[in-house]
Design a protein around this ligand. Structure first.
Ligand SMILES: [Zn+2]
Ligand SMILES: [Zn+2]
Length: 123
């Protein structure tokens, strides 16, 4: 009697869909990420939220430095002129938008409130 020989051509694995909230198990390629439904990009959630988040708190600073540099940035918060030092790394282009103090959401909101208050009392 001969044992059947299995061809090892198709390497199909039981995978879990990476789409948030799906988690369906499916048989797919070892590198497959999504179930048959979510393999179609139209059925996937847009990643817009993350991009907005990056925009709100970070700046894209394009540079050609090949060494790590310490550069001074000015806080992007309206009314704050604080300079803060940032380590700039080669090939990294996303950096914080605000000074150390205003990187905190609460402190930033507080600063904006105080500034509005000041403007109103000056009028
Ligand atoms: Zn899915
Ligand atoms: Zn600031």
């Amino acid at each position: 009697m001969q044992l059947p020989k299995y061809k090892k051509k198709k390497r199909i694995k039981l995978k879990i869909c990476q789409e948030p909230g799906c988690g369906r198990e499916f048989w797919g390629h070892p590198i497959a990420k999504y179930c048959p439904l979510h393999r179609d990009i139209k059925n996937r959630q847009k990643q817009k939220k993350d991009i907005e988040n990056i925009d709100a708190k970070n700046i894209v600073f394009r540079h050609n430095y090949t060494d790590v540099m310490d550069l001074k940035f000015r806080c992007c918060l309206d009314g704050c002129d604080n300079l803060f030092e940032i380590k700039v790394f080669p090939k990294q282009f996303i950096y914080p938008r605000f000074c150390n103090e205003h990187r905190n959401d609460y402190k930033r909101a507080n600063f904006i409130r105080l500034r509005r208050h000041k403007e109103q009392s000056e009028e």
